[in-house]
Design a protein around this ligand. Structure first.
Ligand SMILES: [Zn+2]
Length: 361
């Protein structure tokens, strides 16, 4: 039985001719379970390994913070993510795993985003003249974020109702997200809406300014929607990396305390929802949706019954100890993964001597 930690990188692997960019430039590992073909699926598996690898320090830091705040609900939620896709079961040539389905989990968010884009694309394609509207209100402090998010959603709902009463119901999808301003220590919740026609877009904007008079017209935006708008709408709803311009190196990092505030404030709030005539497909909100990844078939995988268990950066066979994906993090990935800040009063917690250059892998 091979050493559990041995991945045995060897030369002479096959380059990917697939459109999917390989996660890193390492040759395909001879000792890797998936051999030769299946390069797109192997690339996908390595991407998953990379994301899982990258997010571990973030999840640990969020757990410690929740524990410090004696917030058991959030602690449990965060800890669930540590076991996300930690075990992969093989039946024949199929691989299967279970997922945590938490909002802060990047593994799950990526799967979810892809799934939502696929589900909504046919509806989006039916739209004649779609617009992408952004609605904002002044920033708020962390304590006020949850109530502000609820207020924005209620205001938007009342715009929907007014439109319906005027026999001109809105059709589209709306999404709420929040960003964080590190310099001012304030939060910026905002709405994105894809809506049919310029008239509906303008109507939403004028009603928004009426119903939310503290909103500045400069913060609002109407753009013509295109094929990228769905991806923009369904992408991960929290921008994790912040940049501190006061920091002399102007380096970006993950700010754990503000992330916790955002996740806690958005707990049990639907981040997106179809509006009006937009057909409700099954699994339209992340709350009622279980990510059920259909078992993927790997053609060249030796048919077997096996279990692969996550350890550091890959899944290892319980039978043979071989690595499943052959993923190895680059030095830049290791740096990126550790670039987290857990305490506002101690900016030295994140490295000032780290290099800025970054590549994927
Ligand atoms: Zn997950």
């Amino acid at each position: 039985m091979a050493n559990l930690y041995q991945t045995n990188q060897s030369k002479g692997g096959q380059p990917s001719n697939n459109t999917l960019r390989p996660v890193n430039s390492l040759p395909i590992n001879d000792k890797t379970i998936i051999k030769g073909g299946n390069l797109d699926k192997l690339a996908q598996l390595r991407k998953r390994a990379r994301v899982k690898y990258i997010q571990q320090p973030k999840i640990h830091a969020l757990m410690s913070l929740a524990l410090e705040k004696e917030d058991i609900e959030m602690y449990k939620g965060y800890s669930h993510t540590l076991t996300c896709a930690s075990t992969i079961t093989q039946q024949g040539k199929k691989l299967k795993s279970s997922y945590c389905n938490q909002r802060w989990c990047i593994v799950c968010s990526r799967i979810r985003t892809a799934k939502h884009i696929n589900e909504y694309m046919p509806e989006f394609n039916k739209m004649i003249d779609p617009y992408f509207v952004t609605l904002t209100a002044p920033n708020v402090k962390g304590e006020a974020l949850r109530s502000e998010i609820k207020k924005l959603l209620a205001t938007f709902k009342s715009i929907q109702e007014t439109a319906r009463k005027r026999k001109n119901p809105l059709v589209g999808i709306r999404k709420i997200e929040s960003t964080y301003n590190i310099q001012k220590d304030t939060y910026h919740p905002h709405l994105h809406i894809i809506v049919e026609g310029i008239n509906q877009a303008k109507y939403i904007l004028s009603e928004w300014l009426k119903k939310s008079p503290i909103s500045d017209i400069k913060g609002q935006k109407i753009l013509k929607a295109d094929i990228n708008s769905l991806a923009e709408l369904f992408k991960y709803s929290v921008k994790e990396v912040v940049k501190d311009e006061n920091n002399e190196e102007n380096e970006s990092y993950i700010d754990i305390p503000s992330l916790h505030v955002i996740y806690k404030s958005m707990r049990n709030i639907r981040t997106f929802q179809p509006i009006g005539g937009m057909k409700k497909l099954k699994a339209t909100t992340e709350e009622n949706e279980e990510i059920q990844l259909t078992a993927q078939e790997y053609e060249l995988l030796e048919p077997n019954t096996d279990k692969y268990v996550w350890n550091m950066n890959d899944w290892y066979s319980m039978r043979t100890g071989e690595a499943l994906s052959g993923y190895q993090p680059h030095a830049s990935t290791i740096r990126m993964s550790n670039r987290i800040k857990t305490n506002k009063s101690n900016p030295n917690l994140y490295g000032h001597n780290r290099k800025k250059t970054e590549t994927s892998g």
